[in-house]
Design a protein around this ligand. Sequence first.
Ligand code: NAD
Length: 497
Amino acid sequence: MALLEEPIKEARRLKNFIGGEWVESKGEIKDVVNPATCQTIAKVPVSTKDEIDAAVEAAKEAFPDWRATPPVARARCLFRLKELLEEHFEELSRIQTQEHGKTIDESRGETRRGIENVEVACGIPTLMMGYNAEDIASGIDEYVIRQPLGVFGIIGPFNFPFMIPLWSAPYAVATGNCVIIKPSSEVPLSQARLAELVDEAGFPPGVWNVVHGGRTVVNGMLDHPDIQGIAFVGSTPTARDVIYKRCGETGKRVIAQGGAANFIVIMPDANVRATIPALMTSFFGNTGQRCLSGQTLIVVGEDDGFYNNFMDAVVDTTSRIIIGNGLDESVQMGPLRDKEKREKIIGYIESGIQEGAKLRLDGRANIKIRGDYPDTCFLGPTILENVTPDMRIVREEIFGPTMGVMRVKNLDEAIEICNENPYHNADAIFTSDGKSAREFQYSVISGNVGINIGIVAPMAFFPFSGMAGSFYGILHTQGQEAVRFFTESKVVIQRWL
Ligand code: NAD
């Protein structure tokens, strides 16, 4: 494949996938723009209420037969899908880079993580088993069977267009439910391609549907009495004030994963050589648009020598990050998803400076872009020192390639700062001392905890966790928890006379 080979060559108008058919939407049409080249790569519809209703109808109709399909047969569809995803691995990855801007290696990682969820869901005949107890009273047995519920809505964010719907959809359909996926309309292409492969894999019509659009589609899902539950990933205001709230009002089960403002704690005994590369991917990977990204670095200890040497190494490595079109294999950081996001992040950098932070590396100035691309969505990595816990750049989610740095005296102080933040998604410690690591793991309020790991991304067979302001619900996406979310536990107590 040529270096910059783009699988999406012309801006075609996307259709919805409803009941096994590709259906033209009657909604308004929006452009999908590649943030590296600023070229329009697709036209995406803002689907109407009637269209989401039609998808729910198709899914509802497909449910009885799909539910009655033995789990082994449902798993065979997933095995075929897994093979197709492997066959189209590079194409799917390139589409993600085109629609989102991330580097091709980041997209390959995303494709792999998505496929892993399909692989785990292939184990559904065992994952879905219930449990039983004989003789709970004389001659009476009791058991639990797990049953699917019907139709689920799956709503994705812009930052992992391919992978995130796969944290839920494979488990939903493996357990016998039918799904409607609403991708982020900023990045709808990889879900459109995925649905074509789902179709090719032989899932019956109506089991897997895709409806493009925005709030009308989401509200249509939330209001619809035939949607049993919602698996949502996005920002905290949407997760908390729209999804969780409305699911509570309408009695739907819900997973609502929200935003993040994560901390990375550096102990004075950290292995510096191994830590620096981990910080680069944590803070600047995916151009900082990752709910697991580090946002604030807390350096522990009063040794100025350690701090200065450590920060010199961080700044030096950061300043050498190569920026450009993510399809260029030599590029280490792509653009932001769009101009508005870039402006919002610049606003945060300015607010940090106004609140007293010291600009150590300025990503706004003299951005060197490899290749001839408009600078509309590009922003260089930025480092701000002398940051304090009350600053907006610590308390609010920036979602860009910035690193705020603060110093504290000891680990207790670091943990207190982490715990007082409104978000609690993913915090990490770098240390060579087991006691500090154990103390951090024990005390920090964080759904995903890293110990000498910069991006705490749970594997598909573990829950993708999150706590407090970063998560609303009980069960999480991925693995066993997803299987439980997408099934009801029916209890049977029996006596034969
Ligand atoms: P977003 O909340 O703006 O949008 C997410 C989805 O909700 C989109 O499909 C969008 O169309 C829809 N939506 C947005 N506003 C809505 C409204 N008012 N009513 C109904 N629907 C609405 O999030 P985003 O900007 O696409 O994604 C980035 C956010 O997602 C960040 O905050 C990031 O931290 C978070 N995220 C969290 C996780 C996690 O696992 N916790 C993972 C990835 C991203």
